[in-house]
Design a protein around this ligand. Sequence first.
Ligand code: ADP
Ligand code: MG
Length: 696
Amino acid sequence: METVKEYFGCNVFDDREMKANLPDNVYKSLKKTIDEGAALDVSVANCVAEAMKEWALKKGATHYTHWFQPLTGITAEKHDSFITPSPDGGVIMEFSGKELIKGEPDASSFPSGGIRATFEARGYTTWDPTSYAFIKGKTLCIPTAFCAYGGQALDKKTPLLRSMEALNEQALRILRLFGNDTAKRVTSSVGPEQEYFLIDKAMYEKRLDLKMTGRTLFGSKAPKGQEMDDHYFGIIKPRVQAYMDELNQELWKLGILAKTEHNEVAPSQHELAPIYSTTNVGTDHNQLTMEIMQKLALKHGLVCLLHEKPFAGVNGSGKHNNWSISTDEGQNLLSPGATPYDNAQFLLFLCAVIKAVDDYQDLLRISVATAGNDHRLGANEAPPAVISMFLGEELQAVLEAIEKDKPYAGTKKTQMKLGVDVLPKFNRDTTDRNRTSPFAFTGNKFEFRMLGSSNSIACANIMLNAAVAESLKQYADTLEGAKNFESKLHDMIKKTIKDHKRIIFDGNGYDDKWIKEATKRGLSNYRTTADCMPHLLDAHNVKMLTAHKVFTKEELESRCEIMLENYCKSVTIEANTMVQMAKTQIIPAIEKYAEDVAEGALTKKQLKSTIKCSYEGKLVENLSNLADTAYVDTLDLEKAIGQLAKAKNIIDESAMIRDSILPKMEKLRESCDEAETLTAKSYWPFPTYSDLLFGV
Ligand code: ADP
Ligand code: MG
């Protein structure tokens, strides 16, 4: 068996392969594109395509695909084989630069939110050379961006690349002001911690709700949940360990830096975290990770649930988005420096993030909004739906000192003046970590904790990159013209703290008091997708995102529509599934059990008329009442689903989903779950929470 070092990245056409297989000048030219974002030389493409193909053929590949990330939130691929007929009746294996650079998949079946009328079927994919090509099965996968014929982005990669470009441009302006003339590029990086559940496949197959929607729509609590805190970091069961081992291997072969694995808080819940990479590559890798997690589970007789709330009553799954920015010279711009001068620069970047998060809270909330994630945010397990930032005691004290022109305990001087020589050297604050904060500074990066486990991380990183680019732009605009750089810098940092300190909160985010306080501070609190999504089109959001060329107005309108459509469709499928399960499985099971109990009582009475059968009588009455309630609630839900057809537009429909469908689903669940607790297990039509959560 090969060692990890030997097989790591063996299925990736990475830098090692490029260097080995490309002529020197071609390699250099491609490298310039990858590292510095230089335009791609077309003549280079043919050469790269040839080398890629030869490499892929040697690895047993027969097909290639342009791999992309349409707005469905998952990835898409259409496979083409390399074969071309040769005159002698055989085939040769061909792959041109043109085929590498551009593909033309039929775009009509992907969501476009009205950008591309269905009759105009063509869209095109373009090669993203900054993310390495890789082999999956027998297919060479080429990471690509996906656009409509008019050039409008139909995917998540295009705006992500644009947002990285915007951040690069503005951050470089700031670095130049601090005298850095050598950095060529600034990139954002991400390390996403991915949570998931593993359950037994045979049990999964017996539940229509899991199969249709990825979550349980019914189920009474198991006698044991997560209250013993015995699962978190607990010993990993052999069956799960075997899965994790193979998962690591598969990810490593694809050059994905899978690093940490452990059990999570809820029973059957686990986490996998990679070592961070650029937001573009990190996004591609997270998509691949989710795909492989699910595929591989089946091989182990398991199912990997990526839904944000597969089970009521125990924690759901999220994804922590660890984010930072650094230069091509390796300087992390969110890392406090060794010298006061470095620290002035650090503080400016820190302020840029504070300002960005406050100014564009809504965009961050929108970037994580899905029907699934709505079940987590604001419940007592995930950050609230209100965005706030945690900085740690020390940094907060520094900022306060600057704001109030007060002495800071760490300095000898009496006043904090943000000049070159007076800013204190401070330590990274990693000790006091606030787990309830949605957006926490963790020493040299921020951790955005509101993402749902199934979310593409592209969305959150697009908004983060763009919003921070906007802060930096405003800073650069002011500082570039400043007569006295240092005093202007000081004023600006001070102003940022004054204007945006409302977003900083270091208390318990799960506390109801905080929600009240946040409202007083004027922070937004959007409980659901239906509430927040329309704000994507608020004037100041559109203005910022279009100014940095991250989205066009048309693209934003289409995305808003697609996300709301997605919300409505997901919940409608859930509602329909509930109706079907209640009518064809749950109510019949309750009835059958009640009937058998009643019959048993009658038999007993016939045997001896003095037997009271009061237990049976009471139980049958209870079950019968619950079945009645369940039936009425099912019809009520069914009727409400029918009403959706009357919605005037998608915003209207999403409000109906929030105000009518979801509450009725809750209501139907109540009687069914209670009946489950009264019904003999052998009568219940599908595996229970105890079976599912403790069945692996
Ligand atoms: P936690 O205690 O939250 O599990 P870790 O220290 O294990 O945090 O790190 C979590 C993630 O943060 C990892 O994926 C790690 O690679 C990532 N990370 C570390 N440094 C950076 C950085 N500069 N930019 C982005 N992500 C980073
Ligand atoms: Mg974390």
